[in-house]
Design a protein around this ligand. Structure first.
Ligand SMILES: Cc1ncc(COP(=O)(O)O)c(C=O)c1O
Length: 426
């Protein structure tokens, strides 16, 4: 604690910095990361004593704010009983309870839950399930996916291959990854015609369609109407394709409803969840399949089993955190808080409309976006937000807010004031 207010970075910072490799960063030129010593509520406390209002909720995970006592107590209780046990041949209360609760919470018959440890792996599992769904029925040709421009599904190899090669951060790997079909989301006549034509011509080689429903997150926080999802469902049904919804970002309230798929009244065949699943405490992900998908694996033939099993799948601490997070969604008025945030973002960010460098201002649920014509100095812009006492992390050409759902009106106002001030000064 002594170093917390001394102005000097703590000893561990200087000693360790030369040994860490940071995400999405050119290590040679990136500004040094900020040493964080504590979090609480919607605040990040730095080693020098500064306290930042957090606008990002740690990549959209900390939906109840940091250190929520109910989640902390659940994890502490579980830690004393059993931190982890392998899921091969064994199972435990937190995993089964969580699987049941997710199955009850999700629409339709999305009832079989496969746990893993990150969003990317949940996507890998979804893709593997979809390909094997066909293999188990003797169909060896259906192994490709339709994915969408501006989509992002993770950084592992399979997931990278269904990201937008340009917007999805993996341009360097172009030509090295398995090839799938990338098209525009069917949002208007021309894009719908192109999408349907693709399916007509290629359905024999397609296992499924993968999409981030309602909001394409890391590809630029782009919103699309629910009708797009209905178009995808109808097209998937017509061509017997599996429809995969990647709700790793949108799941658990972020777009206003508990899951984005509810807005379209569409049930995918497979859904991937992670991020806010544990309320931002412990890594956990889940890939949930409908009965029809599961049935294709239910067989007297042992080779029809899903051969996947991350070592830490269904970690008991993570499942306890997720169960506690679901309690909070049941006990506390999260969806009302999200609606309140949406109204606040609408009002507050409207002040950016019409500014010379602003291309668009949009809000969906607890996501507020100010899209700029371009951002020339990303690092400089990020630093400007720190000067305003907030943690906001613009990327591409957008400044965005995805706060915890528990954020106070004052904290939200602080975030929006900072965004308006910084954007106005550009
Ligand atoms: C929609 C979506 N899918 C997948 C991922 C990958 O998740 P993870 O970073 O946990 O691997 C992300 C992460 O941002 C995401 O937003």
């Amino acid at each position: 604690m002594a170093a917390e207010h001394s102005g000097e970075p703590p000893a561990w910072y200087g000693a360790g910095l030369a040994h860490i490799w940071l995400p999405y960063a050119q290590m040679k030129s990136a500004r040094p990361p900020l040493p964080v010593v504590r979090t609480h509520g919607c605040r990040i406390v730095l080693a020098d004593g500064r306290e930042l209002v957090d606008g990002i909720a740690s990549w959209w995970t900390a939906c109840h704010g940091y250190n929520h006592p109910h989640i902390r107590q659940a994890v502490e209780r579980q830690l004393a009983i059993m931190p982890h046990v392998m899921l091969g041949g064994l199972v435990h209360e937190q995993a089964l309870t969580l699987a049941r609760r997710l199955a009850e919470l999700l629409p339709g018959d999305l009832t079989r839950v496969f746990f893993s440890d990150s969003g990317s792996v949940a996507v890998e599992v979804a893709m593997k399930m979809a390909v094997q769904f066909w293999l188990n029925q003797g169909v060896r040709t259906r192994k490709k996916f339709v994915a969408f421009r501006h989509g992002y599904h993770g950084d592992t190899t399979g997931a990278m291959a269904v990201c937008d090669p340009d917007g999805g951060m993996h341009a360097l790997f172009r030509g090295l990854l398995p090839e799938h079909h990338l098209v525009d989301l069917p949002q208007d006549e021309a894009s719908t015609a192109a999408f349907l034509q693709l399916l007509e011509g290629h359905s024999d080689e397609l296992a499924g369609i993968i999409v981030e429903p309602l909001v394409q997150g890391a590809g630029g926080m782009r919103f699309h109407p629910a009708a797009v999802l209905r178009t995808l469902r109808q097209a998937a049904d017509r061509h017997q394709l599996l429809l995969i919804f990647d709700e790793i970002f949108t799941g658990f309230g972020r777009t206003g409803g508990m899951f984005a798929c509810e807005a379209a009244d569409v049930v995918p065949d497979i859904i991937a969840l992670s991020k806010a699943l544990t309320g931002g405490t412990v890594p956990l992900a889940a890939t949930i399949a409908t009965q029809r998908v599961f049935d294709a694996f239910w067989s007297d033939d042992p080779t029809h089993a899903l051969m996947h099993g991350p070592t830490y799948m269904a970690n008991a601490l993570a499942c306890a955190a997720a169960n506690a997070s679901l309690d909070l969604f049941e006990w506390e008025p999260r969806l009302q808080q999200i609606a309140n945030i949406a109204r606040g973002l609408d009002r507050g960010l409207a002040r950016c409309r019409g500014l010379p460098c602003v291309k668009d201002v949009r809000v969906k649920g607890a996501i507020g976006v100010v899209e700029l014509d371009r951002i020339d100095d990303l690092d400089g812009l990020r630093a400007r937000f720190l000067e305003e006492g907030v943690f906001v992390r613009p990327f591409g050409s957008i400044v965005y807010l995805t706060p915890a759902f528990t954020i106070s009106d004052e904290e939200l106002a602080t975030l929006m004031r900072a965004v308006v001030k910084v954007v106005k000064a550009l």
